[in-house]
Design a binder for this molecule. Structure first.
Ligand code: PMP
Length: 318
């Protein structure tokens, strides 16, 4: 779908996958005015195709658009774009356990000019790619590198938006994590509160039944996190969204108050954190039952194996 300041949203269509023509002066290439989403389509046992809480992805795309001075795509257009793609390409939604079709809606500024201002011409696309099970041979706890040198986002910046710049700024820290033998990096803010991983939110489980996740104006509000916290609340856990410092994390694990730490996001769903590694320390993290049991409950809902009591699924192929 295209957008222009004069004509609004127009020209919705499905076209064969291929390169996108872009003027070398297209402002996205210079000023990174772009946003995206990540959402999956799941095939149920009866063959039907469903997606999970697309209204949330649409709302987050709209919030990202506001922050990046892009036009807001109405929720109905967002959902229509997924439906039309599935109408043409539904055969690509796999049938295997834990497999899905990953959908990547994205929007960028395509107006050609070199001044720094919000573009008046924009394009919105959705591409898709079959995604196998994220973990082969079972879910494995990950080692997390504590990034002391690099921040992902700053106060008043774009950390809450799903925009490429946040990921660009996380790449060097991710390379550092890999060089240190870690799978992922965890970012702190200027107050040394825990923010998130490069592409996942973090959740802490306390011994007394509290489930705590960082509240911050510079992290992405994960839809997986929101759903898992709802399921935890349904089970009687007390959910807290509040700042949690790196000291509280390390001391909580040392004293036994924190009994489990996990990361979550659309791609991997839930990943237990098995070690926190930093300059001069390598601290094993306690592994508990909650992460994997919430993971099972959530994927059961997504794949239609369990009742969708919150009405989170939307059928795409009918
Ligand atoms: N934080 C970041 C930086 C991410 O890229 C993602 C993945 N979209 C998440 C958190 C988790 O969000 P969600 O559960 O909506 O996939």
């Amino acid at each position: 779908i295209c957008w222009s300041a004069k004509g609004g949203w127009h020209r919705p269509r499905v076209q064969p996958y291929g390169p996108i023509p872009l003027d070398p002066a297209a402002s996205v290439l210079h000023y990174a005015q772009e946003i995206f989403e990540g959402i999956k389509a799941y095939r149920h046992a009866d063959g039907s195709i469903h997606t999970f809480r697309p209204d949330r992805n649409a709302a987050r795309l709209q919030a990202s658009a506001r922050r990046l001075a892009l036009p807001e795509l109405p929720t109905e257009y967002f959902i229509q774009s997924l439906r039309e793609l599935i109408a043409v390409d539904g055969r690509w939604v796999p049938t295997g356990a834990d497999q899905s079709l990953y959908l990547r809606p994205f929007m960028f500024a395509k107006e050609a000019f070199l001044g720094v201002r919000a573009a008046q011409k924009v394009a919105y696309y959705v591409i898709a790619s079959p995604a196998g099970a994220y973990f082969t041979g079972g879910v494995k706890p990950v080692r997390i590198w504590l990034s002391e040198e690099y921040a992902r986002a700053g106060k008043g910046g774009t950390g809450k938006a799903k925009t490429g710049g946040n990921y660009a700024s996380s790449l060097l820290a991710q390379s550092e994590a890999s060089a240190k033998g870690c799978d992922q990096v965890v970012f702190l803010n200027e107050k040394r509160d825990v923010e998130e991983l490069g592409g996942m939110n973090v959740v802490f489980v306390f011994k007394d039944g509290r489930v705590v996740t960082p509240e911050s104006d510079s992290i992405l509000e994960g839809i997986t996190r929101d759903s898992l916290l709802q399921l935890a609340e349904d089970r009687g856990y007390t959910v807290e969204k509040r700042p949690i410092s790196i000291d509280e994390w390390r001391e909580g694990v040392a004293s036994g108050d924190i009994v489990e730490v996990f990361a979550c996001g659309t791609a991997a769903v839930v990943t237990p954190i098995g070690a926190l590694v930093g300059d001069g320390f390598d601290e094993p993290q306690p592994l508990g039952e909650l992460a994997l049991s919430l993971r099972e409950e959530l994927t059961d809902i997504q794949y239609g194996r369990r009742e969708d009591k919150h009405g989170w699924l939307l059928r795409l192929d009918a």
